[in-house]
Ligand binder design. Structure first.
Ligand code: MEV
Length: 337
C-alpha cells in the first residue's frame, strides 16, 4: 500500500482573477487529504472515500469505461470527486508509461468537498504522488504540481489556474501568476475559517465570471482590480519578517485588502448570503478582515484574527456550521507510507 497526503488551502487573495492571469496568494493549511493506493491484477478502479463531508462512498468500475455504475451515493459532489480521482490516475499512468493498471484507492480527507479549501487539488496531488510511487516512479514536486494542474484543467473543462494544485504540492504560502509559480516566505498568519456546511460548483462559478467579463468591461476591470489588491498585499508580505508573528499594523492592512477583495468577489456574483453573513459576523467579532475563499457560491470564509473573538462570533452565527483555526501547513505533498 502506498500512501500520500497533501494539504488544503485558503486564498489570502486573488481567486477567480488568477484564472485570467492575475496573481493570487493561496496559503496551504493543516487540513489534509490522504490517498492510499494499491495496484490491482485487473484494470479496475475501486474507490472508497471517507469523510469527504459526506457519508462516504465506494465505487468500482473498469478503468477504461468512464462509467461509474455502482456509486452508492450518486450526488454531483461524489461524481465530481470521482472525476478528479480518475484524472489523477490518468496522469499517474501517463507518468509511469502504463495504460492497463487498475488500483484500489482509499481517500480520507478532513477537507470539506467543494467548500473553497482545495479538497479536489489535495486529492489529485496526493493521488498522483501515491499512484506513481506505487508504480515505482518518483516525480519531483514541480512535475506533481504540473500533472495535478493538468488533471484539474481537464475535469474543469479548461477553466483552472495552477494556484490550488501548486499550493497543495508545495505547502506554505505561494504566489501564482499564469505559469509563474513561486513559494513565498510569510509569517504564520492567524487564519480563522468559517464553514456554512455547503459547497459551490467551481466550474459554474468560473463560467459565471467569464460571462460577466465578456458582457461588461467593468467586470473585466473588476478582475484587474483584484490583481492590484494582490500586488499590494504581496508588497506588505515581502516587508514582513517571516520568522516572527505578524504585527498588528500588518494584520490591519492585510485585513483591509481582504475586505476589499471580498467586495469585488461579491460584485462578480460568486458570494452567497451565508458567506456574506459569515464575513460580516467575523468583522463584527473583531477580525481584521474577512473574505470568501476559493470558488465561492457556498462553503468557507477566511478571516484574520489572532484572538479567539472571531471564532466565538462565528460559532454563534446562524448558518455557520463549523469554525476552526487554520494553521499554515509548511509541508506540501508528503509520503505517508
Ligand atoms: C478555486 O479554488 C479557485 C478558482 O480561482 C479557480 C482556479 O483558480 O482554478 C476559482
Amino acid at each position: 500500500m502506498t500512501v500520500s497526503s497533501a494539504p488544503g488551502k485558503v486564498y489570502l487573495f486573488g481567486e477567480h482573477a488568477v484564472v485570467y492571469g492575475e496573481p493570487a496568494v493561496p496559503c496551504a493549511v493543516e487540513r489534509r487529504a490522504t490517498v492510499s493506493v494499491e495496484p490491482r491484477e485487473d484494470d479496475h478502479i475501486r474507490v472508497e472515500a471517507r469523510d469527504l463531508s459526506l457519508d462516504g462512498f465506494t465505487v468500482e468500475y473498469a478503468g477504461s469505461t468512464g462509467d461509474h455504475p455502482d456509486v452508492n451515493v450518486p450526488t454531483p459532489l461524489v461524481e465530481a470527486a470521482i472525476g478528479y480521482i480518475d484524472a489523477a490516475v490518468e496522469q499517474a499512468l501517463d507518468a509511469a508509461g502504463e495504460s492497463d493498471v487498475g488500483f484500489d484507492i482509499t481517500v480520507e480527507s478532513d477537507i470539506p468537498l467543494g467548500a473553497g479549501l482545495g479538497s479536489s487539488a489535495a486529492v489529485v496531488v496526493a493521488g498522483i504522488d501515491a499512484a506513481t510511487r506505487a508504480l515505482g516512479v518518483e516525480l519531483d514536486a514541480e512535475e506533481i504540481a504540473d500533472r495535478a494542474y493538468r488533471a484539474e484543467y481537464a475535469v474543469q473543462d479548461g477553466q483552472a489556474s495552477r494556484a490550488d494544485t501548486f499550493c497543495s504540492t508545495m505547502g506554505g504560502a505561494v504566489r501564482v501568476e499564469g505559469d509563474d509559480c513561486r513559494t513565498l516566505d510569510t509569517p504564520n498568519l492567524p487564519f480563522v475559517v468559517g464553514f456554512d456546511g455547503g459547497a459551490g460548483d467551481t466550474g459554474a462559478l468560473v463560467a459565471g465570471v467569464r460571462d460577466l467579463r465578456e458582457r461588461y468591461g467593468f467586470a473585466a476591470d473588476t478582475v484587474d482590480t483584484i490583481g492590484d489588491i494582490v500586488r499590494e498585499g504581496e508588497e506588505l508580505l515581502s516587508e514582513a519578517d517571516p520568522e516572527s508573528d505578524p504585527d498588528e499594523s500588518l494584520l490591519v492592512e492585510l485585513g483591509n485588502l481582504m475586505n476589499f477583495n471580498h467586495g469585488l468577489l461579491e460584485a462578480l456574483g460568486v458570494s452567497s448570503r451565508s458567506l456574506d453573513n459569515m464575513v460580516w459576523a467575523a468583522r463584527t467579532a473583531g477580525a481584521h478582515g474577512a473574505k470568501l475563499t476559493g470558488a465561492g457560491g457556498g462553503g468557507c470564509i477566511v478571516a484574520l484574527d489572532p484572538t479567539p473573538e472571531t471564532q466565538t462570533g462565528l460559532r454563534f452565527t446562524p448558518g455557520c456550521e463549523d469554525v476552526f483555526r487554520a494553521e499554515l501547513a509548511t509541508e506540501g505533498v508528503r509520503a505517508e507510507a
